[in-house]
Design a protein around this ligand. Structure first.
Ligand SMILES: Nc1ncnc2c1ncn2[C@@H]1O[C@H](COP(=O)(O)OP(=O)(O)OP(=O)(O)O)[C@@H](O)[C@H]1O
Length: 246
């Protein structure tokens, strides 16, 4: 279980959010959506233990979280394979012990074994993000924290990587928190959608999706997003009060 309890954060005298409480159950994929600056990344950073809240607390039963960011953040002087293995090498594991695992994971993520010998600048944006996903998964996390990992990719590639990610999360029984600006993306991959806003600050709505992530028909996804946007606080968060225009 992961739970933020009455969490508040201010920066430079400005409140980002106050009194947020949210609980995420084991094995669930939860998306945080909402306008820029509403505090999605801040909430995720607290879960990752990278920043502290000013007040409130975090309860986390997970012991091995991994994070994936919008930019792959690969080390440019290391080859793709060494980037993927970074977490294992940092834990003192020997290359001979994990080389096979890296190769198998790379193939699962749609990379060619030869790609592992390339430097980040020799890879496409999609390949770099596959390496970043591999670097997170190879440490066998129990919690995956994803901050807009696919938003820089074009639509087709984004959907392929969403499917791949959902399959990995499901096969490995992971719990995941996923930030996105894209409500359709959230509806495609999540069990629960949490809508945040800036006015009022904080969580304004939570929606339990029907069906299973990665298995929903496109028509059902669009219908459910349409229903969600008919909720006034959600429409307001997405700047779409006039839902007839959507
Ligand atoms: N270290 C910091 N110092 C000052 N202000 C900060 C700091 N970190 C975040 N903020 C401010 O807090 C607010 C929330 O930022 P955050 O990145 O959490 O929002 P977000 O919802 O993830 O936005 P985006 O969707 O644009 O990434 C923003 O107004 C941001 O400028």
């Amino acid at each position: 279980m992961l739970a933020w309890k009455s969490v508040s954060v201010s920066r430079m005298g400005q409140e980002i959010f106050s009194d947020i409480s949210l609980e995420i159950g084991q094995g669930k994929i939860v998306s945080l959506v909402g306008p820029s600056g509403c505090g999605k990344t801040t909430l995720l950073m607290i879960a990752a233990g990278l920043i502290d809240a000013d007040s409130g607390s975090l309860e986390c039963d997970f012991r091995n979280p991994a994070m994936v960011f919008q930019e792959p953040r690969l080390l440019p002087w290391k080859r793709a394979g060494d980037n993927m293995a970074f977490g294992l090498a940092a834990r003192g594991q020997r290359r001979a012990d994990f080389q096979h695992r890296i190769g198998a994971l790379a193939v699962t993520l749609g990379l060619d074994l030869r790609d592992l010998d390339k430097y980040p600048h020799e890879l496409s944006g999609g390949m770099r993000q596959r390496v970043a996903l591999g670097r997170a998964l190879v440490i066998e996390p129990d919690l995956l924290l994803l901050d807009e990992p696919f938003s820089a990719l074009d639509v087709g590639l984004r959907q392929e990587l969403q499917d791949l990610m959902v399959r990995q999360i499901s096969d490995r029984g992971l719990t995941a928190v996923f930030i996105t600006h894209d409500l359709i993306e959230a509806a495609r991959i999540s069990d629960v959608i949490v809508v945040m806003d800036r006015h009022p600050r904080g969580i304004v709505y939570q929606h339990q999706m029907s069906g299973t992530p990665g298995c929903r028909a496109e028509r059902d996804i669009f219908n459910e997003v349409g229903d969600l946007l008919a909720v006034p606080v959600v429409a307001r968060a997405f700047g779409a009060q006039d839902t007839d225009r959507l």
